[in-house]
Design a protein around this ligand. Sequence first.
Ligand code: GTA
Length: 331
Amino acid sequence: AEATARKRDHGSDEFCTTPKRLKVDSEAESSGNEEELQSDTNILCGFKTTTVLKDSAREKAIFLHGKLDGQEAVVILQKTPITEDTVAEMLSDGSSRLTLEMRNDIYSTYQLQPPAHLNVIKATVVCPATAKHVKKYQGQESFLVEETGEDYRSITLPYIQGQSFSLQWVFNILEKIAEAERIVYEDPDPDVGFVLLPDFKWDQKQNHDLYLIAIVHQRGLKSLRDLTAAHLPLLQNICNKGKEAILQRYGVAANKLRIYFHYQPSYYHLHVHFSTLGSEAPGCGVERAHLLSDVLQNLRSDDLYYSRRSLCFPLRADSGLLAKFKQAEQL
Ligand code: GTA
């Protein structure tokens, strides 16, 4: 399976020197091997930070670039949300330590140190990381670009064909090489089928920040731009069955879900994001998210809506694609 997976690695990974070390660990995760999972945790001891790419007090996250056993790596550390079922234990006398910080009239603040199992940090590791991963997670100014259908064909398409992130992780999911046990629902049909599973940004501990992705089985559909009325059955199927599966598994109703595409996505294999209305998932703003229900309506009214019309999206200051748009403006 690993040989097949490697054969299909289309990445242009400037930093990659050795192939997919962590993929082996994620295979262990699929097989539920607890010992291997434990070793996943330990490998972070060897991480040496070279740069802080971004830190966000609001998201309680820090994005680090560094070396893990000599390989380029990005590590994201994020405090996990507090869930109601842990509150009683967190406040109980025996298990937590409380230190007074200040008191003033009716106001006081403390530092509460809960026991280790209630004090978990989600660590996301990208290793070996490419130069593009490092750029992606760096805090940067963005600029809005308006892309006509023609711009897409003459500027964006050639750029993404040469510069996109590897889709290896997507193929691993579709072929059950990785994350197989995390699949929430699958329709195996090659034309209208898809795999629905938790997005790796969601820790699955609570439903208020629920986040899943539906990845289509059809190969070759890169983004919104490739969609025509011929894909309506596929999109309607994702919409209906995705909502139903989320209701069955998590008890979250369809009218609490934001179901959308990103344009531009980071990974050019068609996928749909399902996140809850109450959460602020990265990339759910109007400049990047396109609701599935709007996409369905637009394609019903115009078969070629997404190949003809202009689409706006933000690009980071250091983006190669932004440079291409600027060059084209000067011609
Ligand atoms: N289940 O291996 C994976 C996997 N990968 C590699 C990506 N995804 C995966 N899901 C599973 N397994 O929602 C998910 C991503 C994303 C979707 C791809 O697939 O989490 P996209 O193609 O539209 O790309 O969607 P997008 O939106 O740029 O990706 P992403 O990674 O969400 O980045 C957007 C911004 O979110 C980043 O710039 C960063 O600021 C923020 N962000 C990314 N990861 C984290 C994180 N772990 N914690 C906090 N913030 C994050």
